[in-house]
Design a protein around this ligand. Sequence first.
Ligand SMILES: [Zn+2]
Length: 260
Amino acid sequence: MDLEIRQITDSLKLVRIGLINYFLFDSLLFDCGTTCTALKLIKNLDRSIRCIVVSHAHFDHIAGLEVIKSEFPNAKVFTHERIRGLVKKEKVIETWNNEDREFCDKFGEKANPFNLNFEIENANFLEDLKIIETPGHSPDAISLLNEEEGFMLVADALGYPLSSGKNIPMYFYSFSKYIESIDKIREQADIVCLGHNGAIFSSEYCDVAIEEAFKLRKEIQEGLTEEELFNRIYKEEMSLYPLSTIKAVAKLLVKRSIEE
Ligand SMILES: [Zn+2]
């Protein structure tokens, strides 16, 4: 897994490890990635972490939390309130561990099995960052906005950016909420920082994400099947995810496209 460190604004730094983007803002870390990427992250940090924000409850954003927490036990953790209940479910933790292990295996890396026992803090320690709820990709997705420098950390709210430049729409929870959230992001941010593949764009990228979402929904409504969709997206970086994860992705995209 290759590592890239890039200064984005005066105070925002990207650490990309393979497919996973980590963002550092002072002593705050946005997103936790997987366990094997988190192990690489903590070896390459130039600072100590006091706040950890988890963008949403998908394994490739939350699995690494325990690794990071054990390196920085005093760090406060902030997530959407809904995640508090999710992490207590054994089945959810088991599924995330399986996905994490398969993902790390594909890169020849060892996963670090986890249980997620942590306290969710009130957001009052976030200071220069404003929490913006951006559901649609998932019900519990949050983004962080820094008004002074104009950047917004949006994780998967704008879909999955492949390094080939393609955007895979990811309205797993709700198509209409996904579009609403993208509109909200475009109104407030100048720079959008996504969750994968080092993708950082001007807010015009929001138009690409919206266009791709409408295009895909139309194709599905006109008959594109789950299997065809799966075959189309299980390529490039997406093929580095567990097969079961991408099957679930295709299923959800079809479901959300026909229900609204
Ligand atoms: Zn996600």
